[in-house]
Design a protein around this ligand. Structure first.
Ligand SMILES: Nc1ncnc2c1ncn2[C@@H]1O[C@H](COP(=O)(O)OP(=O)(O)O)[C@@H](O)[C@H]1O
Ligand SMILES: [Mg+2]
Length: 245
């Protein structure tokens, strides 16, 4: 295997846990030092002990129940989250399509958001300009492209988001549950485009609850359960195990 483009080594992510003051405020204040200490020590583990590597051009699916830690994993690859423990290494440019509308400015029009995102991804104005028509055509938003995106539905945001990230020559493409919100026609276009990327050697990480998409697009699958890797292996095999569970 050539040098991996994504490496996760013993990766964990936790957040401070906020909880209610039991026993009343007076009691809490009376034992302030020890109470504060226990406050600080309590952490909520979103992800723990994740290890995997991805070669260039490989596609990895991530499956698991709601709250398992899938989006957290994508956030760590995108660099919008930092691991609390372990190491995350990413060697290529990441084009994330994380949550709907992330990286978009709600007061700007769809068209202006295309420009904004292109520039955020490190392209020049000229480079983005050349792609704008193609992106708008793919998104099929009609006149809405000139409206502020705060009035878009979630499906329309998904159209814009996917069109943008997938048109700006991604090296590593991260897709979080996007295929679920679009209508049938758009979902089909997304699937086709992802298949094309796969053939072109783009590295893809796809989070989806649609197992058929995972099997069609991904070589391997990481199944996250209770915030840690239950298993990782060939797509069909892992999806079957996940379904059986
Ligand atoms: N900023 C945060 N602060 C505290 N907990 C968080 C934060 N972000 C996510 N979590 C928790 O981490 C867990 C994993 O979340 P996530 O990765 O979004 O799950 P999934 O995408 O698999 O549904 C969830 O239980 C969620 O509540
Ligand atoms: Mg998620």
């Amino acid at each position: 295997m050539s040098e991996p483009v994504i490496v996760f080594e013993n990766v964990g992510k936790s957040y401070p846990q906020y909880h209610q003051i039991t026993g009343g405020l007076k009691n809490f204040l009376f034992h302030l030092p020890s109470a504060l200490k226990s406050f600080k020590q309590l952490r909520y583990e979103s992800l723990r002990d994740i290890n995997f590597q991805m070669a260039k051009g490989e596609s990895l699916g991530i499956v698991g129940r709601n709250g398992a830690g899938k989006s957290t994993t994508l956030g760590l690859i995108a660099g919008v989250l930092q691991p609390t423990v372990g190491r995350v290494l990413v060697r290529e440019r990441v084009s994330p399509m994380l949550e709907l509308g992330a990286g978009f400015c709600t007061d700007l029009s769809g068209r202006d958001n295309i420009m904004l995102n292109g520039i955020l991804m490190g392209m020049t104005r000229m480079e983005v300009q050349k792609k704008v028509d193609e992106i708008i055509e793919f998104a099929e938003l009609g006149e809405f492209i000139n409206q502020p995106i705060r009035i878009y539905s979630s499906g329309m945001l998904a159209r814009l988001g996917f069109s943008v990230v997938s048109s700006l020559e991604p090296e590593i493409l991260l897709i979080d549950e996007i295929l679920a919100v679009g209508d049938i026609d758009f979902t089909k276009k997304c699937q086709e485009r992802m298949m094309r990327f796969k053939k072109q050697g783009v590295t893809i990480v796809l989070v989806s609850h649609v197992m058929q998409d995972i099997v069609n697009i991904c070589d391997r699958v990481l199944w996250i359960e209770n915030h840690t890797a239950k298993c990782i292996g060939p797509a069909e095999e892992v999806v079957q195990k996940y379904k059986d569970s």
